[in-house]
Write a protein that binds this ligand. Structure first.
Ligand SMILES: Nc1nc2c(ncn2[C@@H]2O[C@H](COP(=O)(O)OP(=O)(O)O)[C@@H](O)[C@H]2O)c(=O)[nH]1
Ligand SMILES: [Mg+2]
Length: 325
């Protein structure tokens, strides 16, 4: 006989009876797992729920192959880069979006609050970077549109909860979905996308122990950016890491004879040339480009540079072109 199940648990049991799809059932079962107290008395029940979830996941995966035509959410790319915030349930993904952008996602201490992706713009110095909050990565639940969205992004930010004792299981599930999405290569620690590892909730004292447990199994030791969304710890560092990983540079342009405004820079890939910049400004400019006067950050005298010149972050450029006929 199981003792002391919270009343909320029984509400979920009732919901489970009414749930129709395997996805809905898995979501409810995972919530039941989350609210169930973990002790000897609930061990058997925990096992039962786990095996139910495993069975449903198989069912869902089989069904997914044939089901088509459900509406697929898409988000238009904006700003200097697109970052997907992904990870297990309840790690603070929506909270991170809410604190770093003007977006207002739903936040709650139970899983599956976020069902559709939500974008927001992160201001980093004088540029904006698009962050997208997404539903949790879970085998059997995560839908293919999420994989597509991740593969089209610039960086996948994997947000982990460093206060979670079950972090290894969560990590395992996350990796399983990333493999299914062909973002992680099987049996290796290689990814087809840039991954930024972030550990949240470091306001909880045990975070270092949990990080160590994680690092014993996964080669991400010194890569995890430790943050607390709730207490605003290291969020500036995180923005800086995102900018670095994007590998872009800001280039300011000015009109001949006018003073520079030094705002709204072009953001282009690192190691771009003046020709690449000209192309980003206008396709005709690539043909008519003659030379540029170029100021390095903080210097007074311009240099004269040709189209092969490799630009650096914060260069100021004045392009001289032939008149179009
Ligand atoms: N202690 C702590 N709790 C946090 C932090 N960030 C988020 N949370 C809590 O974690 C729970 C899940 O947050 P949410 O943003 O909905 O997570 P999501 O499911 O990953 O989108 C909420 O109760 C948040 O208040 C943090 O930095 N520290
Ligand atoms: Mg959420």
């Amino acid at each position: 006989m199981v003792a002391n199940l919270p009343p909320h648990y029984h509400t979920k049991e009732a919901e489970l009876k009414n749930a129709k799809t395997p996805e809905e059932k898995i979501a409810i079962l995972l919530e039941m797992m989350a609210i169930m107290p973990k002790h000897k008395g609930t061990e058997k029940l925990q096992k039962e729920l786990k095996s139910k979830i495993a069975k449903l996941r198989k069912e869902a995966a089989e069904k997914k192959v044939i089901s088509r035509g459900s509406p697929v959410p898409t988000i238009e790319r904006e700003g200097a880069g697109q970052i997907i915030i992904a990870g297990p349930p309840n790690t603070g993904k929506s909270s991170l979006l809410a604190v770093t952008t003007k977006a207002k996602p739903e936040i709650a201490d139970y899983p599956f609050t976020t069902k559709i992706p939500q974008p927001g713009m992160l201001q980093y110095q004088d540029i904006q970077i698009q962050l997208i909050d997404t539903p949790a990565l879970l085998p059997g639940i995560s839908e293919n549109w999420l994989g597509d969205m991740m593969r089209k992004s610039d960086i996948i930010l994997i947000l982990l909860d460093l206060s979670d004792d079950d972090i290894l299981e969560k990590m395992e599930q996350t990796m399983q979905v990333l493999e299914q999405f062909k973002i992680k290569l099987p049996d290796t620690w290689e990814f087809t996308k840039k991954i930024l590892w972030v550990g949240n909730k470091i306001d909880v004292p045990s975070w270092q122990d949990i990080r160590n447990v994680l690092c014993d199994l996964y080669p991400i030791g010194n890569q995890i950016v430790p943050i607390s969304v709730l207490q605003n710890i290291n969020l500036d560092l995180l923005a800086e890491q995102i900018f670095k990983k994007l590998e872009i540079i800001r280039v300011y342009t000015k009109i001949p004879g006018k003073p520079p405004e030094m705002k709204d820079p072009y953001t282009i890939a690192a190691n771009s040339t003046l020709e690449d910049l000209a192309r980003a400004i206008h396709k005709d400019l690539v043909k008519t480009f003659r030379y540029a006067r170029l100021w390095k950050q903080g210097t007074g005298n311009p240099i004269i540079a040709g189209r092969d010149y490799v630009l650096e972050d914060r260069d100021l450029v004045e392009i001289h072109a032939e008149e179009m006929k």
